[in-house]
Design a binder for this molecule. Structure first.
Ligand SMILES: Cc1cc2nc3c(=O)[nH]c(=O)nc-3n(C[C@H](O)[C@H](O)[C@H](O)COP(=O)(O)O)c2cc1C
Ligand SMILES: [Fe+2]
Ligand SMILES: [Fe+2]
Length: 417
């Protein structure tokens, strides 16, 4: 496993220039609580799927009372930087390793860490215990945590709450009762490495806003039901600091990220329209500006993306964000344009519900692609604005006028919804 991971890392090092700010230093979150995470600017696709052009961080923490606990590890390619920080803060004197989540971006350094701290007890959920065995063959020194269980560190206490399916079924969260810190793991996380500071008040949190939405819609989206349950559970906790496993630490106004998460778990649906189009020979493309004009005339913001040029990660994100969606694509082999089909498949997998949608696109003989797509999205409770604007070959002036009316009709419907 280590060989497999380290080789691509070495290759990648030759390709990119490491800027000093990419290596983040260990930092105090509050007295006796330390950040010991790392920035990843090497991975191109998170989970092998989602582009992270601005990197991602794997956040790990040390909490000290009379005893010392370490919370989460990091992805294995960053083991050397991680162990250096662990040594600096703890001298490898660690009593407990808390693993809120076993996905390897947080757990894959565990076997190497245990070589340094063989007597540390691992705290994790029941389901996590089986995962540690199947991933790493680790079966000893594990303490299975119950809902609400407390761990007394001496002068400081940690409490564990199960948070299943945010992001895996074994996930839990850890709460520090002294400084009211919520170690929330994937929840409240984002893409984008911590190049500008660890805390939201050290940098402009707005630059993380879009990447938080993209992270949520790509990674957590499918489990909104469970995010909602988690939010209800957290409502009873006095939270002063949110320390997630990816992205910024929220210490001055944690409510800001909590509110965003509530909005995200309601599938956002901001009043506005995303237009996503694809075209092989330019016929469908000719219609796009007219659709956009109609939306603008209705006074709503519009975002335009392309099925071929923009990664699905961004298409899903913008669809999560806006209430209105207009999809333009030609008929291809008796169905929707292939990239559109993948998008339609993915919105179903992500359970992206309740949008107001319009369709336009060119075909030559059988057509039907728009109808097929409309049938598919209705399963997700999307409201289809009629008529489906399917035309043969190049659009006529009449079609272009209808396209403008389509943009307007979807926008008006969004405004009144
Ligand atoms: C590979 C391929 C498959 C196609 N399959 C269909 C089809 O099944 N039914 C149909 O009506 N048109 C089909 N067409 C024709 C296109 O839908 C038509 O050329 C359309 O104008 C292309 O729009 P565009 O210029 O926006 O790419 C196909 C075209 C290509 C290149
Ligand atoms: Fe995860
Ligand atoms: Fe994660």
């Amino acid at each position: 496993m280590i060989d497999f991971e380290v080789k691509p890392l070495n290759r990648a090092f030759k390709l990119i220039r490491i800027k000093p700010q990419m290596l983040i230093k260990m930092k105090e979150v509050v007295p006796d609580v330390y950040y010991i995470g790392v920035n990843d600017h090497l991975t191109k696709l998170f989970e092998g799927l989602w582009p992270i052009p601005e990197g991602v961080s794997y956040n790990s923490y040390v909490v000290k009372g009379e005893k010392t606990a370490l919370i989460e590890t990091v992805k294995i390619p960053f083991i050397d930087e991680f162990l250096k920080k662990v040594e600096e803060v703890t001298s490898f004197d660690i009593d407990y390793i808390i693993l809120n989540h076993i996905e390897p971006d947080h757990s894959s350094s565990l076997p190497r860490l245990l070589e340094k701290v063989p007597n540390a007890t691992i705290y994790c959920s029941k389901k996590a215990e089986g995962m540690l065995d199947s991933l790493y063959g680790i079966t000893e020194n594990i303490h299975v945590v119950e809902e609400g269980e407390k761990l007394d560190l001496g002068g400081r206490e940690l409490v564990f709450y199960m948070d299943p399916l945010v992001h895996w079924p074994e996930t839990m969260i850890t709460y520090d009762t002294k400084d009211k810190i919520l170690f929330s793991c994937d929840a409240f996380g984002s893409y984008k490495a911590l190049d500008f500071g660890l805390f939201h008040d050290e940098c402009d949190p707005d630059i993380y806003y879009e990447e938080t939405i993209r992270y949520f819609s790509n990674i957590i989206a499918k489990y909104v039901k469970y995010v909602k349950k988690a939010m209800e559970k957290l409502a009873g906790l006095d939270i002063k600091i949110i320390a997630p496993a990816h992205g910024l630490i929220w210490r001055k106004n944690p409510q800001r990220i909590i509110d965003l998460y509530i909005h995200l778990s309601d599938r956002m649906a901001i009043p506005g329209v995303v237009v996503i189009w694809g075209s092989m020979y330019g016929n469908t493309a000719k219609v796009v500006n007219h659709v956009v004009e109609g939306i603008k005339e209705a006074g709503l913001p519009v975002k335009v993306l392309n099925f071929s040029a923009d990664h699905l990660s961004y298409l899903i994100k913008e669809t999560w964000k806006y209430k209105g969606v207009i999809l333009g694509f030609p008929t291809y082999d008796g169905g929707p344009f292939l990239n559109t089909s993948y998008y339609l498949h993915l919105i179903k997998r992500k359970d992206l519900k309740e949008r107001i949608v319009g369709f336009f696109g060119s075909s030559m003989w059988s057509g039907r692609a728009l109808k097929q797509a409309a049938d598919q999205v209705q399963e997700l409770d999307w409201e289809v604005v009629e008529p489906l604007l399917e035309f043969k070959g190049s659009p006529t002036d009449e079609v272009l006028e209808q396209a403008k009316q389509l943009g307007k009709a979807v926008a008006e419907r969004v405004k009144s919804s």
